[in-house]
Design a protein around this ligand. Structure first.
Ligand code: SAH
Length: 500
């Protein structure tokens, strides 16, 4: 394919890397490149190059080759997509915002609700004609639609997809591009999902020095068995990344200009429980609080049963850890909570909120709620309404129950709340929450708050308060990545305005 470097190497790996997909398994080890006749497809590589295969990726340039990533779903997927971008740029690919211009298209999917899954199918069908027009195009389906089990049905249904990757793992795509289809299959099958997270993160080029706030997965998978939730079966069992690896990664991000990291886990408070002698989340926060250049640390999602006093103390005492807790209640009624297998009661949830507020003054709390869970009566729904009304939380992510194939609730409980009724309940809570947050934010009018500024959008700088509230400031100055005090001049339920 125009790229024929003369390689004195047992594996002739350069002949195959990224250009010619004949599957020669790399054995690793040293090799020497004496000459390169790449004719524009690859940049000349240093004439003598004793290196391991992994490191050669940095040196190889698939010139003029572009990748496009489409991401749906949670922050974990955003972080996963960043890692795919990083891996592809190591191979020499450049980002493009236009799928039509890309040589590699990655669709990073979510299936937490039917609506998200439908978006993935929609995107897949829009890619099909591109593949028909350009058979050389590489299509990579990634994330929770694929899951950790290799789904043969998916392969049969979408024959134009070249590579299927589980969540959090760019490995199969890299294997496909460098070593061919067989290795990609092998990589997907044996994926341990953390192999590629080595802490040596290099942000995609367009984000280096630009990205202010980054997500860092610290707990992969989930072993909790909420009856409605498909995540454990798609992302696998709970496993924590080693603290040293996370520390390396956060340092690397800070060195690339990142000012804020949000540590991610389905139940992030359970961080470290599977690592003997490893730190807890509180311990990890203490380590990260020392990272030079980093201004702010956040973490999500918490669970009422695992939010310890030690963690509360860490949030209260560590200067870089922000006083914002995301702790879903999901439902207010005890029977519904039991049917969801959440493991706590409404009273337990109230207690934890009270405790957070007492321990962490000035903190904000966000929650998640599902309306219309199987069997949820009007009276049970009103318990959710009552608890939200009483607790006056800063944010509520609302969702209508969506039966997910293979989950306990889908198999054993009838989805018996009609769609219109789910919508009505959703709207009732939405209105309640809008009123509450509007009132909470109005209390900030005229107050001084510290903002970390992220980017300029339509002439206004966008940033967040320590409590994670969105604030816009008009300024001609370059506020990018700066933490500055501002005075709030206008408030609404979804955002505020302020002046320097
Ligand atoms: N691990 C986190 C978040 C999981 S997914 C937690 O334990 O809360 C994000 C949110 O999607 C959940 O908090 C829940 O509110 C919602 N969700 C999950 N499964 C759902 C389903 N089957 N139908 C509707 N919403 C769902």
């Amino acid at each position: 394919m125009g790229f024929e470097p003369t390689v004195t190497c047992a594996t002739t790996v350069f002949k195959t890397v990224a250009f010619n997909r004949s599957a020669i398994p790399p054995s690793g080890g040293d090799f020497t490149i004496t000459e390169c006749h790449c004719e524009g497809e690859a940049e000349a590589i240093s004439s003598t190059h004793n290196d391991t295969i992994g490191q050669t990726w940095y040196n190889l340039r698939a010139m003029n080759r572009k990748y496009h990533v489409w991401t749906e779903g949670c922050q974990m997927n955003v972080a996963d997509s960043q890692r795919v971008g990083s891996a592809l740029e190591r191979l020499g690919y450049e980002f493009t915002g236009t799928a039509e211009d890309a040589d590699v298209i990655v669709l990073n999917t979510c299936v937490v609700r039917q609506s998200a899954e439908d978006k993935a199918y929609g995107r897949l069908s829009s890619i099909k004609p591109l593949k028909a027009k350009n058979p050389g195009l590489v299509v990579n389906l990634m994330g929770c639609l694929v899951g950790i089990r290799n789904d043969e049905k998916l392969r049969a249904r979408f024959p134009y997809v070249d590579v299927f990757s589980p969540p959090s793992d760019p490995g199969p795509l890299v294997a496909f591009l460098t070593q061919g289809e067989a290795r990609a299959h092998e990589s997907a099958r044996t994926s341990n999902l953390s192999a590629v997270m080595d802490g040596e993160i290099l942000l995609p080029e367009r984000e280096r020095g630009r990205l202010v706030s980054a997500h860092v997965p610290v707990v992969l998978g989930c072993s909790h068995a909420c009856t409605y939730c498909v995540i454990p079966s798609k992302r696998g069992a709970e496993r924590s990344r080693p603290a040293a690896e996370i520390l390396t990664e956060v340092r690397a991000l800070a060195a690339q200009g990142v000012k804020e990291v949000t540590l991610l886990g389905q139940i992030v408070d359970r961080y470290g429980k599977d690592i003997p002698d490893g730190p807890s989340l509180a311990g990890l926060l203490k380590l990260l609080d020392q990272v030079d250049g980093l201004e702010r640390i956040r973490f999500l999602t918490s669970h009422p049963n695992y939010f310890t006093d030690e963690l509360m103390d860490a949030v209260a005492s560590l200067p870089k850890v922000m006083p914002h807790i995301e702790i879903p209640i999901q439902a207010g009624d005890d029977e519904v909570l039991k049917n969801m297998r959440r493991g706590y009661t409404q009273a337990d949830y109230r207690k934890i909120v009270e405790k957070i507020r007492a321990h962490i003054p000035g903190s904000s709390i966000a929650t998640d709620i599902i309306v219309g869970f199987p069997g949820e009566t009007e009276a049970q729904f009103m318990e959710t309404h009552r608890v939200l009304d009483d607790l006056r939380l800063d944010s509520a992510h609302l969702a209508r129950y969506s039966p997910r194939p293979g989950t306990v609730s889908e198999r054993n409980m009838a989805d018996d709340v009609p769609a219109e009724e789910k919508m009505r309940r959703f709207r009732v809570l939405e209105n309640l929450q809008e009123k509450i947050v509007g009132e909470i934010n109005a209390g900030l009018l005229g107050q001084k708050v510290e903002i970390l500024f992220e980017e300029k959008v339509k002439g206004r700088w966008r940033g967040r308060t320590p409590t994670n509230k969105l604030v816009f400031v008009e300024s001609e100055d370059d506020l990018h990545g700066k933490v500055l005090p501002v005075t709030v001049t206008w408030t609404g339920p979804w955002s505020m305005q302020a002046r320097l």
